[in-house]
Ligand binder design. Structure first.
Ligand code: GDP
Length: 533
């Protein structure tokens, strides 16, 4: 269901003051349960601990079972203009999962950098991750300004350094604010400590954020979640259900399921309880029946006929952010989840590897923890999606390995399903094996066995295939030859005719001399330029 609350995320290096600022914000916006602040202050006094706003968050979390304003992942507060929900911070697996699966989707981020420590690893990593996830509205708080004597110079230095970083990843922040979470400087009111700063306070920036338009102008998209049948009550309806990712769907609209390409028309928008609603839009759970029943499966992407179609591909280029402790590698089969679609996933190639903290490109064929990369992936079956540039909603995915979410990312573009050309040159194989790839036909089985043994002893990459037939197994022969192998098969009269048009196959018919000498045959291979061993 659509939430009226504006989803916001706080990011930044540990101990730079996120909880403190959130605590301040809750208190200064009057969003705390009555008496809570006093109770914590008293508790701190009694225990001779200095009061920390961060305790407030912890205390509130402990009380989630009492159903007040907070649960482990969400804190609510309001400005005069609107309500906000703070969702968990980047870097947590849960955050990534929620962001990419759409369980919660931050539309803006507050990045906190402590003035005394300056830009640190996570300041950069979180920034990078926000950019991957397509969060463009970012306000940077330079916190702990009290520890820097509220120095304009310190503020400007951090602002410059971090602006340059964000610039490289394509983010233009809405602004930088010098704050002190502890002293409440520039949080909800302009403070005298920073007379040189004439920009907005944090509170003022909150009202600048623009809520995402669940625009009716965008093409309709809905990942099919389930098909409900009511056969028990003699009701033949099949209700196709999901949550609308974008656009609007009306009774009578023609729809297409991707990747299957099956088509039908909406007979009725179904609601529970029954209502006379005839359309449903982005952000809402939807159910509809079709004029013509079709067989569709969970994970298909429903689009509207006449609107731009989504892409369908099993090979695609994607930007990923890896959080698993084991690197993302080609030796492992993963699962990918895009919307409600789920299938196996293999890494084909890492095309660009990035250290998210230094933004340096590195070389490597695996993606380690906290690294980001552009990769080519191959899914076990075609998946429907929109490249992130076209639709923010349907191109995000998570990667699951060993039952846990290990990483996530966005699909950049579909790739054709044609297999990749081998990167190893034929001549490289020839050099390694000491011979060309060739199909060698011999007359007798005994001879084949002897020839294989002798060539193998010389170090050749050779195999005798008693069951392969020249005329019947052309495809197999080609595949074997591609690997650089000397393939021995039994000659079968005119069978070799079928190899004539195969320019990429070297073929040789070896005849046994009267003594059945393998030596002579091997010499023949040498003189014909096939064998150099
Ligand atoms: P988080 O890990 O980013 O959530 O950071 P916390 O909010 O837990 O703060 C970490 C430490 O920094 C705590 O001891 C806070 O009291 C302290 N801190 C937070 N904001 C300020 C500030 O504006 N000035 C000073 N001097 N200390 C702060």
């Amino acid at each position: 269901m659509q939430s009226e609350k504006f989803p916001l995320v706080f990011a930044g290096h540990v101990d730079h003051g996120k909880s403190t600022i959130i605590g301040r914000l809750l208190s200064e916006t009057g969003s705390l349960p009555e008496g809570k602040l006093e109770a914590i202050k008293n508790y701190c006094k009694l225990n001779s601990r200095p009061f920390e706003y961060a305790f407030l968050i912890d205390a509130l979390k402990d009380e989630q079972s009492q159903g007040i304003t907070i649960d482990t992942a969400r804190v609510f507060f309001s400005t005069q203009k609107r309500d906000f929900v703070i969702i968990d911070a980047p870097g947590h697996i849960e955050f990534l999962k929620n962001m990419v699966t759409g369980a919660s989707r931050a539309e803006a981020a507050i990045l906190v950098i402590a003035a005394d420590e300056g830009v640190r690893e996570n300041s950069r990593r979180h920034g990078y991750m926000l950019s991957i996830l397509g969060i463009r509205q970012i306000v940077v708080l330079v916190n702990k300004m009290d520890l820097a004597g509220y120095s304009e110079e310190v503020f400007n230095r951090i602002k410059e350094e971090y602006t340059a970083f964000l610039d490289e990843i394509g983010i233009k922040p809405l602004g930088f604010v010098p704050v002190s979470g502890i002293n409440g400087v520039n949080i909800s009111a302009k403070s005298k400590e920073t007379p040189w700063y004439d920009g907005r306070t944090l509170y003022e920036f909150l009202d600048v954020f623009k809520a995402k338009e669940h625009s009716a102008k965008q093409p309709f998209r809905m990942f099919l979640q389930d098909i409900y049948r009511f056969t028990e009550s003699g009701d033949n309806r099949r209700i196709y259900a999901g949550t609308v990712n974008s656009g609007t769907l009306k009774k009578g609209d023609g729809i297409v399921f991707y990747p299957s390409g099956k088509k039908s028309r909406v007979a009725k928008i179904e609601t529970f309880p029954e209502s006379d609603k005839t359309s449903v839009e982005a952000g809402f759970a939807a159910g509809f029946t079709l004029e013509e029943q079709i067989y569709a499966t969970r994970g298909e992407l429903v689009a509207k006929a006449g609107e731009p179609a989504p892409q369908s591909a099993s090979r695609f280029q994607a930007a990923v952010f890896w959080l698993g402790s084991e690197p993302l590698s080609r030796n492992h089969t993963y699962f990918i989840k895009v919307g409600t679609a789920r299938t196996t996933l293999r890494l084909v190639e890492v095309t660009k590897l990035i250290d998210t903290s230094s933004l340096e490109s590195k070389s490597g064929s695996e993606v380690g923890k906290f690294e980001a990369a552009e990769c080519i992936f191959e899914a076990g079956k075609p998946i429907a999606f929109d490249p992130i540039g076209d639709n923010q909603e349907t191109g995000r995915f998570v990667i699951v390995g060993d039952y846990e979410i290990r990483g996530g990312g966005i699909i950049l573009k579909p790739l054709s399903d044609a297999p990749f050309a081998a990167k190893i040159d034929t001549s490289e194989r020839e050099r390694r094996f000491g011979h060309k790839a060739a199909v060698i036909a011999v007359e007798s089985e005994n001879f084949a066995v002897e020839l294989e043994k002798n060539l193998f002893a010389l170090g050749a990459f050779v195999c005798w295939f008693p069951d392969l037939e020249l005329s019947q197994n052309l495809h197999e022969l080609e595949l074997l030859a591609k690997s650089g192998m000397l393939v021995i098969v039994k000659s079968e009269g005119n069978g070799s005719e079928s190899l004539k048009n195969k320019e990429n196959l070297v073929f040789m018919h070896l005849s046994e001399d009267k003594n059945g000498s393998v030596e002579a045959a091997i010499n023949e291979l040498r003189t014909s330029g096939i064998l150099s061993l």
